[in-house]
Design a protein around this ligand. Structure first.
Ligand code: PLP
Length: 394
């Protein structure tokens, strides 16, 4: 049906995620009764905190079920601005909330990018960055971040690339877990001042930074760079609220207004009930965040140690997010897998372990392994990998 209908040209440049094949295979295996250990998910295995759930229920009972402001209720926007008070002084009308961080990033691309505009991003990158840029007819300019440098994006790599409308940064990074240190944040600020390019900083994983030192938000540049910075974040990971769909952006009023204009013809706003829950998440007790951070850190240390014990795998200890992104080229050779997609398939079909191949993030030779699953499952998955790949000391 509809085979004769011509789809919009903008879709021609957009690819289906290479993760799909692995996901389909995992599904098929599960249906055949195989216990797949799934290191694929990009979402917390924790449930939303009780106070957040209660706030959602209370919002329904209080009939907070009507339309709200397009940008979201003002109390929520104020609470979001307050989160950054130490580094910036954004006001409520410089904040927009939307249907998750992904939606907010898309509104931002729609508001900023014309066909032909060039936008820099660093590989490994989160899968949706290049595709959203392409959907706007703009061109992603992909810069490889260096594995030897812990995959940290370096501002110096922007020199000589020609005119860039914007650079998209993601610290802590999905998938590498890399965190941009304070001096490099300052260098990106200097680049924006010098060239007039926009900085888009996706800080979705800012609560999951394990040190050493404190996390440096791009909000620290907001005083100097008011017109050149948009910060994007989400409640999805910080508060284990993926399904509630609340994300937000802070930035110059002119850009936020443009995003509102687009949202007013699209989703209108994120769900009123979700906004009430998000307000409680931000203003209520924060112990659950600290507890998740401590648990993720424990898992990270366990998974890095286990992976580094496997033949053909080299894994750094990333300072943030809940992913590791090991180099698997040695193991690929041992299994005669020419690509990391094929390597991922072999893990899936031979030992029932699901990972996401590096191709999805623009960095082949690696796989992304999420540690948003219990230590017990992590250990079981690592043991399966040991049976396939062997131990380094064996
Ligand atoms: N940004 C990054 C780097 C992510 O990894 C994700 C989710 O995986 C998002 C944004 C968007 O999350 P959400 O749309 O659930 O807020």
């Amino acid at each position: 049906m509809g085979a004769d209908v011509k789809l919009a040209k903008r879709l021609e440049a957009v690819s289906v995620s290479p993760t799909l094949a692995v996901m389909m295979e995992a599904k098929a295996l599960r249906e055949r009764g195989v216990d797949v250990i799934d290191f694929g998910p990009g979402e917390p295995d924790f449930n939303s905190p009780d106070n957040v759930k209660r706030a959602g229920v209370a919002a329904i009972e209080a009939n907070l079920t009507h339309y709200t402001d397009t940008a979201g209720i003002v109390e929520l926007r104020r609470a979001i601005a307050a989160r950054y008070r130490d580094g910036a002084d954004w006001s409520a009308d410089e904040v927009i909330t939307g249907v998750g961080g992904k939606n907010v990033l898309f509104l931002l691309s729609m508001a900023l990018l014309d066909p032909g505009d060039r936008v820099a991003l660093y590989a490994p990158y989160w899968v949706s960055f290049p595709e959203q840029v392409r959907l706007c007819g703009a061109e992603p300019v992909v810069i490889p971040a260096r594995e030897e440098d812990g995959f940290v994006p370096r501002a110096g790599a922007l020199d000589g690339l020609g005119p860039l409308k914007a650079v998209i940064l993601n610290s802590p990074c999905n998938p590498s877990g890399a965190v941009i240190p304070a001096d490099e944040v300052a260098r990106f600020g200097a680049w924006a001042e010098r060239t007039g390019g926009m900085l888009i900083s996706d800080e979705t994983y800012d609560s999951f930074h394990y040190g050493p030192g404190a996390f440096t938000s791009f909000a620290t540049l907001a005083g100097r760079l008011r017109d050149r910075l948009v910060l994007v974040n989400s409640l999805s990971k910080t508060y284990a609220m993926t399904g509630w769909r609340v994300g937000y952006a802070l930035g110059p009023k002119r850009i936020i207004d443009a995003m509102k204009k687009i949202q007013s013809h699209d989703a209108t706003h994120t769900a009123a009930v979700s906004q009430a829950a998000a307000l409680e998440a931000l203003k209520g007790p924060q112990e659950s965040v600290a507890a998740m951070r401590a648990e993720y850190r424990r898992r990270r240390d366990a998974i890095v140690a286990a992976l580094n014990g496997l033949r053909g795998i080299r894994c750094q200890t990333p300072p943030g997010s809940f992913y590791v992104f090991p180099n698997v080229t040695g193991a690929m050779q041992a299994l005669k897998a020419p690509t990391s997609v094929e390597f991922g398939r072999r893990l899936m079909s031979e030992i029932g372990v699901a990972t996401v191949p590096g191709e999805a993030f623009g960095t082949p030779g690696h796989v992304r392994i999420s540690y948003a699953l219990s230590l017990e499952r992590i250990r079981a998955g690592m043991e399966r990998m040991r049976t396939l790949l062997g131990s380094k000391d064996a």
